[in-house]
Write a protein that binds this ligand. Structure first.
Ligand SMILES: C[S@@+](CC[C@H](N)C(=O)[O-])C[C@H]1O[C@@H](n2cnc3c(N)ncnc32)[C@H](O)[C@@H]1O
Length: 284
């Protein structure tokens, strides 16, 4: 880590250096999305309440783990595309999750070491792992901000963001498997529009979002289980997901099942096997 990276990376994590802050409060009594997702991905950062909800999902959707993995594999494909084909070198990854294999900065910096990444999450357990996200290629830079997608102004004006990303140059806004955790009453489309407005021409948005479009009954069942655990989960239709991309130019193949978005190698036999919509768009 360079001196500059250390300064940016640590000085603004939750407003205090990582070394100085108290361990974040982690509530283990209720399931948290980052930890349930970590459970499905085979990670180690989950508690009984997370596993219980994760298992309810798996009973209803036996391929749940595979679906989560497909979402994660898509993240890598999209970042590689943005670096290779679109020349993107700056990423704003909101809803980072607990670090696992193929984090945005690792994929981007493997392609272009100078890539810069700002990570945002609002879960203290992700904050506790922020150090793992701050170790990037010396030629690039990464920062982590403990912040909320529902407050774009706080994100955009945060010194760790403005010190890491140049908002006069194209940025890829990554909203991968996070918007379903924002309730309609929090106006996620308006919040995303605020973020899009702040980015210059040539910027990209990457969205994945779980949907009930392929099996409404089963998804209604797991949404009810999440609700019981006080976890907001809002599956959205293809049209609602496409609306997050605003009037930006939609890249081929459009808003499609996540496995069908520019697959590496052979097209999947059954792209609708993973119930996420995915799309990437570019600001004109
Ligand atoms: C399912 S994980 C997705 C992780 C990663 N983007 C991926 O697709 O592999 C969702 C993450 O979004 C975070 N999150 C949920 N609501 C959020 C909000 N309002 N602001 C910021 N992060 C949020 C959760 O804490 C969790 O870490």
């Amino acid at each position: 880590m360079t001196e500059r990276q250390a300064e940016i990376g640590t000085a603004f994590v939750a407003g205090r250096p990582l070394e100085d802050r108290q361990p974040p409060e982690i509530d283990t009594s209720l399931p948290h999305s980052a930890r349930v997702y970590d459970y499905w991905l085979g990670g180690k950062d989950h508690f009984p309440a997370d596993r219980a909800l994760g298992e309810v999902f798996e009973q209803a959707i036996p391929t749940m783990r595979q679906m989560a993995k497909e979402n994660r594999v898509f993240l890598g494909r999209a970042v590689r595309h943005l670096v290779r084909e679109a020349g993107i070198r700056q990423f704003l990854d909101i809803g980072t999750g607990i670090p696992t294999g193929g984090n945005t900065h690792e994929v981007a910096q493997a392609e272009a070491p100078e890539s810069r990444v700002v990570y945002i999450d609002n879960d203290p357990i992700v904050l506790a792992h922020a150090r793992a996200l701050l170790v990037g290629d010396e030629r690039g830079r990464t920062a982590y901000i403990h912040a909320d997608l529902r407050d774009p102004a706080a994100i955009l004006s945060h010194p760790a963001l403005t010190g890491t990303l140049d908002l006069t140059q194209p940025v890829a806004l990554m909203l991968v498997a996070v918007l379903m955790l924002v309730a309609d009453e929090d106006e996620p489309h308006a919040r995303v529009a605020e973020l899009l407005d702040a980015l210059p021409s040539g910027s990209h948005i990457v969205v994945t979002h779980p949907t009930a479009d392929f099996d409404p009954e089963t998804v209604a069942g797991v949404v009810a289980a999440a609700d019981q655990g006080k976890l907001t989960l809002v599956p959205r239709s293809r049209e609602q997901v496409a609306a997050f991309l605003g009037d930006w130019e939609l890249l081929e193949p459009g808003v499609v099942p996540v496995m069908a978005w520019r697959p590496d190698g052979e097209p999947p036999a059954d792209p609708e096997a993973a119930w996420y919509w995915a799309g990437v768009a570019r600001k004109r």
